[in-house]
Ligand binder design. Structure first.
Ligand SMILES: [Ca+2]
Length: 395
């Protein structure tokens, strides 16, 4: 998929044994400026020290980390006012999104600079060590599974209706909403108008893709204002520092393209309506080619694969490229169901810090989940959380 977004890298620090640092890389993901939950254990505590406190707190909010430090406070700077940059941006947004120029300018002029998020959007300053097992452990907690089970029971009708309309099985919707916001509990605390205006007007020039990123956020600000004009929220919309909001953490452009009014009240409200969130996640997956009933991945053993073949099989990364028989030719041993699978597969490698990596063979549906967030770690956490919740409710 080509539509713009950005991804972030998560990694742990030993000093924050349970906290997570959130750093932006210059990548694109679809829905939310989604956090790339490519987890990595940063045992040496060397990277992004200057971002650690705020980033860890942001990650805690986003992921439902239980061990919270003192209440985080959003640092708010001055209002942008009617500067020439604001006037120009307002003109551009008004024209592109067919909005009244004076109204757009008023909205942006009243927005406030959020200095702390300018740090958060910078890429990490040193490589990260990825660790699937640590990453998985953060999301597959008993608390999250039990909360997911309550959510599923409470919203069974909507989940079933979404499945009937889109073919997206409830477990994947439940997995997404659990990983994204702990079932609506951690939707973010930044005013979207402030966050998006800050990134539109003051995007840090030292970012390697600064110009492209700034244009991206200007477009997102336009979508956001268009939605506010059409359907005023009545109070400030809150979300992540990157502009994602609601239970499913959709960016404004994703709301425009994929969100649906699933409870039939005439409004799309991803912040307050679990039903709208359910329908919108299902609709998103359907739009990216979800195939009902197709598994997301198979177990695969690569111990007997030669190093050269392994490199070749890993080259396409998460893009399904190999037949089951091709994998067999290269001595990769699929589980039985995988051996019979007729679609293309991706050999997905997940690092476990210094331990042996994990591998799965991802199907087209695995790839669809990565359209939500371009990370195999993220996708597998969503899948495993959804399965764990499903097992819980079927007990
Ligand atoms: Ca609604």
């Amino acid at each position: 998929m080509n539509h713009p977004a950005q991804r972030f890298k998560l990694f742990f620090s030993s000093a924050f044994a349970l906290a997570v640092c959130l750093c932006v890389t210059a990548f694109l993901t679809p829905v939310a400026l989604a956090v790339e939950r490519n987890a990595a254990v940063n045992k040496t505590k060397t990277t992004v020290e200057k971002q650690k406190n705020t980033a860890a707190k942001a990650a805690q909010r986003k992921t439902g980390q239980r061990k919270k430090p003192a209440t985080t406070k959003v640092v708010t700077g001055k209002a942008f006012g009617n500067s020439s940059a604001v006037k120009q941006l307002a003109r551009e947004i008004a024209q592109k999104h067919k909005l009244p120029p004076a109204w757009v300018q008023q909205q942006i002029a009243g927005a406030r600079l959020l200095p702390q998020i300018l740090q958060l959007v910078l890429p990490p300053s040193s490589p990260q060590v990825k660790n699937w097992q640590a990453y998985r452990a953060r999301f597959l907690t008993e608390n999250r599974i039990q909360t997911g089970a309550r959510f599923w029971r409470e919203h069974t009708l909507q989940l079933d209706r979404a499945f009937a309309q889109t073919g997206v099985e409830p477990r994947y919707i439940v997995g997404i909403l659990g990983v994204e916001t702990f079932y609506g509990q951690h939707q973010g605390q930044y005013k979207l108008i402030d966050a998006l205006s800050t990134l539109s007007l003051n995007f840090p020039k030292e970012h390697p893709q600064a110009a492209e990123r700034q244009v991206f956020f200007q477009d997102e600000l336009g979508y956001f204002l268009k939605q506010q004009r059409a359907q005023p929220a009545g109070k400030p919309v809150l979300g992540s520092y990157a502009g994602a909001s609601g239970w499913p953490q959709f960016m404004p452009s994703s709301i425009a393209k994929f969100a649906v009014d699933f409870d039939g009240d005439g409004r799309i409200d991803l912040s307050n309506s679990a039903a709208d969130a359910i329908g919108s996640v299902a609709n998103y997956f359907k739009a990216f080619g979800w195939q009902p009933g197709v598994p997301t991945h198979f177990a695969v053993d690569v111990q007997t694969v030669s190093e050269t073949d392994l490199s070749a099989l890993l080259a396409p990364d998460i893009v399904p490229s190999w037949s089951a028989s091709h994998l067999a030719d290269k001595q990769a041993v699929l589980e039985d169901e995988g051996k019979r699978y007729s679609g293309p597969l991706a050999l997905v490698q997940l690092h476990n810090a210094n331990e042996t990596p994990s591998y799965v063979a991802g199907t087209d549906n695995f790839f669809v989940i990565t359209r939500y967030n371009r990370s195999s770690y993220y996708a597998l956490a969503v899948i495993e959380l959804g399965l764990a919740v499903e097992r819980e409710i079927k007990k």
